[in-house]
Design a protein. Structure first.
Lengths: 113, 111
């Protein structure tokens, strides 16, 4: 158990809908990262937050957004969902920066029908 | 383009048959190389961090090494429970300042 929690574990929804994924980092970690993992693309970095502020952006679509709250938990919002958004979404946390080890949560499996 | 390439894509071993997994990278200014283990449908599990050429880290049957262009994950006398996908990731301090993951090596160890 990495100490990172994610909810829900599974999410099934329809195209065009909007969903919110939630992540709680390990105790003491200030940085939260979101990743998307699909069969053909591997693990792709989406976005990083550090202590409530956006720190770095990867290949995140404009339909996706995230935020980190004062208690350091984070939410990833996915809107206008398409079939191709079906994937595993992972949250990770680290003490400070991406130069530190990142510890991953169990993931949320999103299925868009 | 900065890249991380892992080989082989898949590896089948008999229990006790030692081997190595490779991770080669073309990024400049390496800030850290990370190895993870991932079981199907689970989140990646952190194994090792390597920061400079010549560095080695060990944990049970696993040993990770780093050169200027690649890293190896050596598996000594593997057991069936070592079966998993092993992921390599690189932090090069670039504009995104985050990890670039390889596509992984899927290891199967048969009893």
């Amino acid at each position: 158990d990495s100490g990172v929690t994610q909810t829900p574990k599974h999410l099934i929804t329809a195209t065009g809908q909007r969903v919110t994924l939630r992540c709680s980092p390990r105790s003491g970690d200030l940085s939260v990262y979101w990743y998307q993992q699909s069969l053909d693309q591997g693990l792709q970095f989406l976005i990083q937050y550090y202590n409530g502020e956006e720190r770095a952006k990867g290949n995140i679509l404009e339909r996706f957004s995230a935020q980190q709250f004062p208690d350091l938990h984070s939410e990833l919002n996915l809107s206008s969902l398409e079939l191709g958004d079906s994937a595993l979404y992972f949250c990770a946390s680290s003490i400070v920066s991406s130069y530190n080890e990142q510890f991953f949560g169990p993931g949320t499996r999103l299925t868009v029908l | 383009e900065d890249q991380v390439t892992q080989s082989p894509e898949a590896l089948r071993l008999q229990e006790g048959e030692s081997s190595s997994l490779n991770c080669s990278y073309t990024v400049s200014g390496l800030r850290g190389l990370f190895w993870y283990r991932q079981d199907p449908g689970k989140g990646p599990e952190f194994l090792f961090t390597l920061y400079s050429a010549g560095e080695e880290k060990e944990k049970e049957r696993l040993k990770a090494t780093l050169t200027k262009k690649e890293s190896f994950l050596h598996i000594t006398a593997p057991k069936p429970e070592d079966s998993a996908t092993y992921l390599c990731a690189v932090n090069y301090g670039g504009s995104q300042g985050n990890l670039i993951f390889g596509k992984g090596t899927k290891l199967s160890v048969k009893p």
